[in-house]
Ligand binder design. Structure first.
Ligand code: FHN
Length: 429
């Protein structure tokens, strides 16, 4: 996105560059520290689209009218949904928070909203509120709950003028966009009033209408009035706007742009989070064969931590309410690694040495963790740390010989005790 478009979008979204500065509450600043310490979260894209098994964009991609799409809830009966199991799966994976779609682009509310009948309680044979159950389980198990909430809406009649997507919905060519934003604020008020303490709101979709007056600051201020600690992020693929509390990157580490979402996006000063899928789609698609390995997923988590960012890893649950086995297996393996070496990730910040082909560093108190992910040889020279180095050891293993050399520190990696995913050398500084 060009800078001109970015300024245009910022202005159009009610966040003119002159927006009153946002002063986060003390509780919000504390929540930001928690968020940066937490490092790893579970993203969940779950909705009626899972019935078709073609991902969460099926209504748009298959050019379905809203009327056609509205036949899906009658087939959505996730009787195997078990909130305790989902939360336990996340906890066992080492994930400290869950970000679940309360409403995706199809506008379907995954909770018992009173603002419209287009929701899981009123239109499905399941007729229960999974977000209520999940919120309770998260409280029971000490996991924070965030909601992903789409600004973009392919079914609401007042989402007008239309944007770039959802154009086959068959809605009348009229509507009152402010009435739609009032509707959205009313739904957000329900989520931030009736579901206990919420970790934050993960917005998405304003890129669908770059020229619209999104009243973002009005919505952000509403959220912060209801729950001052709630962290707001917006996946607009731009630098953060006033009122936002963290910056997210999609399918790329901060500052990278291999997936094309982050063209020209500068890495700001807010807490950072990158998100990605195990396959390609975010919503359920059993036909995906190319799944990322546990090694690839762990490397993303560790590289993100080395760049001071969290990793939000996505699953797209099945229409019966279960998480597919291949995904659950990867999460379990990640949890096993974090069970052994998590101290080198949780509570750390980016280390003194930036990302290298061989790995990254993270740091916490008087420790620097050298994450050797791809280095076949025994001797590794790292740049000088700028601090005197004391003891050095392989996490979970024996001592490591460290020698100052002309251009840094020479680490003698152990012959044995290496980890298949990431050998962590702990340096005391
Ligand atoms: O269109 C959405 C997509 O369905 C998914 O929710 C991702 C998650 O980051 N965000 C948008 C694509 O950028």
């Amino acid at each position: 996105m060009t800078r001109r478009t970015a300024i245009h979008l910022a202005a159009a979204s009610g966040l003119s560059m002159q927006a009153a500065p946002y002063e986060p509450a003390a509780a919000n600043r504390k929540a930001r520290e928690w968020f940066q310490d937490a490092k790893f979260g579970l993203f969940v894209h779950w909705g009626v689209y899972s019935v078709l098994g073609k991902g969460e964009w099926v209504m748009n991609n298959d050019k379905m009218t809203a009327a056609d799409y509205q036949t899906l809830p009658a087939r959505f009966n996730p009787v195997k949904f078990n909130a305790a199991e989902w939360v336990a799966t996340a906890k066992n994976a080492g994930q400290k928070y869950i970000t679940i779609t309360s409403k995706h682009h199809d506008g379907f509310a995954m909770w018992g909203t009173k603002q419209s009948k287009w929701n899981i309680v009123d239109t499905t044979p399941y007729a229960k509120d999974p977000l209520k159950m999940l919120a309770e389980e998260c409280r029971n198990q000490g996991v924070k709950l965030f909601f992903y909430h789409s600004h973009l809406d392919w079914t609401h009649p007042d989402y007008f003028p239309r944007g770039r997507t959802g154009l086959a919905s068959g809605r009348a060519e009229n509507g009152d966009f402010n009435r739609y934003l009032d509707f959205m604020d009313a739904q957000l008020t329900e989520l931030l009033t009736n579901y206990g303490e919420i970790g934050g709101i993960w917005f998405d979709g304003i890129w669908d209408r770059k020229d619209a007056e999104w009243r973002l600051r009005q919505t952000y201020d509403l959220i912060h009035r209801l729950q001052p600690h709630a962290l707001i992020g917006n996946n607009h693929h731009l630098a953060p706007f006033e009122g936002e509390d963290f910056q997210m990157f999609e399918k790329d580490l901060p500052g990278q742009n291999t997936a094309g979402f982050s063209e020209g996006v500068s890495v700001g000063k807010l807490p950072l989070e990158t998100c990605d899928t195990i396959g390609v789609a975010w919503g359920y698609n059993p036909n995906e064969k190319k799944l990322k390995s546990t090694k690839q997923l762990l490397h993303t988590l560790i590289r993100a931590a080395g760049m001071n960012a969290n990793f939000l890893l996505n699953v797209g649950p099945k229409p019966d309410g279960t998480i597919q086995d291949e995904f659950a297996a990867r999460l379990k393996e990640m949890g096993a690694w974090l069970g052994k070496y998590g101290e080198s990730v949780y509570g750390t910040r980016g280390g003194p040495i930036g990302p290298r082909p061989w790995g990254v560093t993270t740091a916490k108190a008087n420790k620097v963790y050298v994450h050797v992910m791809d280095w076949p040889d025994r001797a590794l020279v790292i740049p000088p740390l700028g601090k005197k180095t004391g003891a050095a050891r392989v996490l979970g293993g024996g001592p490591v010989a460290v020698k100052s050399v002309e251009n840094g520190l020479l680490l003698q990696l152990p012959e044995t005790g290496r980890d298949e995913f990431d050998t962590v050398i702990e340096l005391t500084v």
